[in-house]
Ligand binder design. Sequence first.
Ligand code: ADP
Ligand code: MG
Length: 673
Amino acid sequence: MTDKNDLSQSVTSLKGVGPKVAERLMKLGINEIQDLLFHLPLRYQDRTRLYPLASLRNQQEVLVEGTVRLSQIKFGRRRSLVCHIEDGAASLTLRFFHFSNTQLKQLTQGVRVRCFGEVRTGPASLEMVHPEYQIIQDDKLLPVEAELTPVYPTTEGLHQLSFRKMMVQALACLEKSDSLPELLVDAVRLHPVAEYSLAEALLYVHRPPPDVDIDALLERKHPTQRRLAYEELLAQQISMRRVRATMQSHAAPVLKSSNDHRQQLLEKLPFPLTNAQKRVVKEILADIALPIPMQRLVQGDVGSGKTVVAALAVVEAVSAGYQAVMMAPTELLAEQHFQTFKTWLEPLGLSVGWCVGKQTASQRREVLAALSSGEIQVAVGTHALFQDEVTFNNLGLVVIDEQHRFGVHQRLALRDKGRGSNSYPHQLVMTATPIPRTLSMTAYADLSISIIDELPPGRSPVKTVVVPDSRRSEIVDRVHIACQENRQVYWVCTLIEESEHLQCQAAEDAARELQEALPDLSIALVHGRMKSAEKELLMKAFKSGDVDLLVATTVIEVGVDVPNASLMVIENSERLGLAQLHQLRGRVGRGSVQSHCVLMYQSPLSKNGKARLSCLRDTNDGFKIAQRDLELRGPGELLGTRQTGLPQFRVANLLEDTDLLACLLYTSPSPRD
Ligand code: ADP
Ligand code: MG
């Protein structure tokens, strides 16, 4: 027999929830009754008291009562029904643009009405447009609501009223049920957030009493909301740490070699490592020399030199007799890493192979055979490396570059690849999206973190200017001058309304116009819809200096390394996020000459848009930019749902609840070494 108050029951057990409604609820992530309970109001309406008409202010959402004094149809620009109501001291206008004959007959002189709606300043006096209203019969006293009325985030075809009806039932279930375990009160009894139990907090936020501190509630600062947020953050933290603990209970190969391959590579590099690189390499080597799987994240700004750090770890793994893979998010980047690794590793006698989606069936068969026999010691590729038919001989190390491009599920799935009977490969993930510390500790709670907080010497920071599109011809001149000085230039066309097709078209148009304006330059165009072979050919030509100006879509965002490129122009830069712009800009400033970045925008620029672009102009520090991006956009967007290991929180807000996060991270034992 099922318990009538079991909160894990499907929402379909509620009255009024049929298959259609259930489907819409599913869109909001609501399947069970308890999901409904954690679907919190966006805001509240106060229907607990009547406001005298004389007290009304513009934009207030209030409950009022009055007697209709005059009711007439006005024929202005739009026909409307206009009723004037009075409560003895003042009056208010009700305006309906859509109205029925019944309404016309109802709202006649002398009738008493109660209305709920937003007060607006109208042409002549304060008005309510399309208020909810109710006729009061025979001078009866209508009761007011005892609690504030919640307004829920919803989806098409699901009305507030249906939500409220479902919620009443769900809350009744909660009151009678004991199936919602109370965890916090016992676990952190001393913490102020544990003042309310889970059930109390839920009941409160769905049905706040009229004397609630409404401002606190609206700002999500009420103790009940903080308590719910805290539990959610804590739960996420615990589950990530559990993942980590489980991982650490497994074995991993000890990657420690006795030969001097690493030393040889270091000697052959045209540069010494920075201190930050040395430190991070040391941290990685210490990890992989242990018989438990490393789970380490390397955060380092664009251009900080993460590739060589990865290469050193790879060399160690292979020298110790294991295979290593390096996975990149795009074929372009995979190709580049493949070339780099060949240059660095083949002279040491190590074999480097590669595996991407575009390979022909016979090429692929060959690669697969070489991977499973162990003939390929280092494999570079895209996610094609992790398809089912790929098997390794003895995979010891997995490196994932630009990990923010992959989801957490991919990250977790990857470590099952190359898993032995009781052992897992070590895992190194690298990202150039620096995020503030509290955030990264949340997002990557299952990882140890290393930070490359230093750029190689001799780089002068990219100088950035923000200019309106109307100064395009000046910019074109600037491109010309740079190329005449034997520098190379990127011209980036940004995404138009999420349409790759339109973006490519825009890039094509830009390339054509630039070629007309600058006939003496060699111009190439790369975009996402081109065949990879063609793209690569052009990228190679750009790298070798045969192409002066590369017009591109945002496909070049990650990783591409052409040190001679010293100018980047980004069209419609206001459309991109700060982190993405910073990544793009990281394509220049890789050589020793002063580099420039021109952020073009379409006027007029919003205030927020202005603030964002100026932030980029004012600093080159990826961490500062990330912090600012966070403030201006909120963590969801900064990280992007697709792009992180971050779960979507229902209650907690990573930006606003940083204090809760901090206290959580300090009070619970750190898994870090
Ligand atoms: P990212 O961290 O963005 O992946 P890369 O690994 O692509 O950076 O390195 C950027 C450029 O800096 C490359 O040309 C690389 O060879 C060079 N580089 C890396 N480390 C150093 C160093 N210590 N000194 C000078 N140049 C370096
Ligand atoms: Mg890189």
